[in-house]
Design a protein around this ligand. Sequence first.
Ligand SMILES: [Zn+2]
Length: 273
Amino acid sequence: MTPESRPVKRGIPDGLWIQCPQCKATLFRKEVEDRLNVCPECKYHFKMSAAGRVKQLLDPDSFEEWFTHLQPVDALGFVDRISYAERLKAEQAKTGLTDAVVTGKGFIRARPVVFCVTDFSFMAGSMGSVVGEKLTRAVEEATSRSLPLIIVSGSGGGARMQEGILSLMQMGKISAALARYDEAGGLYISILTNPTMGGVAASFALQGDLTLAEPGAMIGFAGQRVISNTLRLELPQGFQTSEFLLKHGFVDRIIERKDLRTEVARIIDYCEH
Ligand SMILES: [Zn+2]
């Protein structure tokens, strides 16, 4: 199934008008969509679906999706409000995705790349076994084909608690694949979007040769409240934003969504020639 043939799951709520969560302006939805889901008033970057990202970053019709047969299972028989098995079915029906990541090969301004993107609308983009396995296989493909690797991360919760230790294992598994990719001389560009937290930030999202971020993205391990309650410390304003992390050396560049495609292509050229 191509991303285009999937039911459209937009990153912003339904309705003709929407309110920007940052500047509170009332915005005409169509205008926001035409600007790649960015607020025309204050440049707030709304969330974007995986299909939307593929369309925005890759050359038209160039994306070949991989590993679509991998399906998540409820290995632990986990039940919170509903069972994990039921939740998976509901999330799949809602998003048209099998799990929270889309992986494959495509072209960015005619440069071939392995491309992976998480989708926040599927269980907050959390990393379960299928997400880990698809990313690991994509990294291995990038290694054997000697292709640049682009991963766009956006995960609120990080690892997926419904899969317990099986989910946490993915951090080590992806990291090991990335280490082999690095030894083989691969170029990994990590793109952080709002939000990139928890085990995702603590593994592949912050292991890029280059770490790019969209403006205003929340990036960190534990949330602000958890940290201040644990350490009983006053935390600096906006300490988990792209801008703060750029200043402190965690992020290499902040790039607006409209410029991402051109800038990624430029970085690939710079690193490969
Ligand atoms: Zn705004």
